[in-house]
Design a protein. Structure first.
Length: 422
């Protein structure tokens, strides 16, 4: 089996995901995707007629995000018409999966050059969800679940799942606020030091005017005292009736865990931010890279996918990390840096505790609590962040994983390389 290399990774800044407030909210998601596709091609002098496929992640494939965004954005970006494209959905995990599938295609010898990545316009998806609920349709997380599935695998709101896990695992509000504060402080330091500048490309309009060229979501002024004053975000929604039977999000969890008295700890300051964004990763074989004079930045060592309890939803990253470590033949201590998506503070806190990790190796530039979580794009963003940080610290191995709805987690391990070593 051949090897798959990461040649480059780029992303947009993340804009606040709210209509009328975020700098990117008025853009078409295709434009964000095309922005990073153009950048990855331009930065690497890529002949797009040699791109075998574009594998793209979009979680909410509805409205303007529907219609195979991977293919349409590639055409919008000026790619040769021979570059095919497909779009996938693994909820939050899709941005890792797009890169993993690209690696699998290259390693199998079926493809030589693949552009992978993802896009999510949370400003659009939030508006679409509100419109649907006002029309009397089920909440987004329940829209595809029939009664039989809910009976065997009840699935609730992700924020309430986070609160349920925190309650079960004994994490306190102070524990989770500390994760949120650390995220903001580290993101602020990373931005101040210019650590994201290598990968971030500006979003411009058709006339070349800059729409957004820096992170829009972080709140560097955040204090622990301020976090402590925020009201829990999911207390009220937990008990809102979802159907004529009086089903509630809390009840869905208690259906499987009847003795669990869910306490509410998560709020806007220790949960991931709602943002818009896109990212692209160029994956190629050794032969392709050498033929086209491309210098790889990282090698994809191993990938894995893991399922866990869909009722608690957020607990798969730890078993996913263990699985990908086993596939790579590495121990957790051989991994120099970790990126665990901060969907909710409890996810990161549990990951660090259960794997007995040092926070000095985890999310060293902050995470989605500070920077935001554009669902389908986040995994690809984190992979690019990992490549940059391994280079900056002159480290070797990095592991990236994240929870996804349905109780899933993809994971990937990459190795920093400086060109090819024969």
């Amino acid at each position: 089996m051949g090897e798959a290399y990461i040649i480059d990774a780029v992303r947009t800044p993340r804009g606040i995901g709210k209509q009328g407030k975020g700098a990117l909210a008025a853009e078409h998601p295709q434009h964000l995707a095309a922005t990073v596709m153009k950048a990855i091609a331009s930065r690497n002098d890529l002949d797009t007629s040699t791109v075998d496929d574009v594998i793209w992640s979009v979680s909410t494939q509805d409205g303007m995000q529907a219609g195979d965004l991977g293919r349409m954005a590639a055409l919008d970006a000026g790619y040769d018409i021979t570059s095919s494209g497909t779009t996938l959905d693994r909820f939050c995990g899709g941005g890792i999966t797009s890169v993993s599938l690209a690696a699998a295609q290259v390693m199998s010898g079926m493809e030589d050059c693949v552009v992978a990545g993802g896009t999510e316009m949370m400003s659009l998806t939030a508006a679409m969800a509100k419109d649907k609920m006002q029309a009397g349709l089920k909440p987004p997380m329940m829209g595809s679940y029939n009664e039989r599935l809910q009976a065997s695998h009840p699935q609730s709101h992700q924020g309430i799942c986070g609160d349920a896990i925190a309650t079960m695992e004994g994490f306190t509000r102070e524990d989770l606020d500390a994760v949120g504060y650390r995220s903001q402080q580290r993101a602020a330091a990373a931005i101040e030091a210019g650590r994201f500048e290598k990968s971030v490309v500006p979003v411009v309009d058709d006339d070349g005017n800059v729409i957004l060229d820096k992170e829009e979501y972080p709140r560097p002024q955040t204090t622990l005292e301020g976090l402590g004053e925020l009201e829990p975000a999911f207390t009220k929604i937990a008990d809102v009736p979802l159907d004529a039977n009086g089903t509630t999000f809390r009840g869905l969890i208690n259906q499987k865990y009847p003795d669990l008295d869910i306490q509410h700890f998560h709020h806007a300051g220790n949960s991931s931010g709602v943002v818009d964004g896109a990212a692209a990763v160029l994956v190629a074989s050794k032969d392709y890279a050498q033929k086209h004079s491309l210098k790889p930045r990282a090698r994809i060592v191993a990938t894995a996918n893991m399922g866990d309890d869909p009722t608690l939803m957020l607990n798969a990253p730890v078993p996913a990390a263990k699985k990908v470590l086993e596939k790579a033949g590495l121990t957790k201590d051989e991994i120099d840096l970790y990126e665990i998506n901060e969907a909710f503070a409890v996810v990161a806190a549990k990951f660090v505790r259960d794997l007995e990790l040092d926070w000095d190796k985890v999310n060293v530039n902050g995470g989605s609590i500070a920077l935001g979580h554009p669902i389908g794009a986040t995994g690809s963003i984190l992979i690019g962040t990992m490549v940059d940080e391994l280079e900056r610290q002159d480290k070797r191995y990095g592991l990236v994983t994240m929870c996804a709805a349905g109780g899933m987690a993809p994971a990937i391990i990459i190795e920093r390389v400086d060109g090819f070593i024969d």
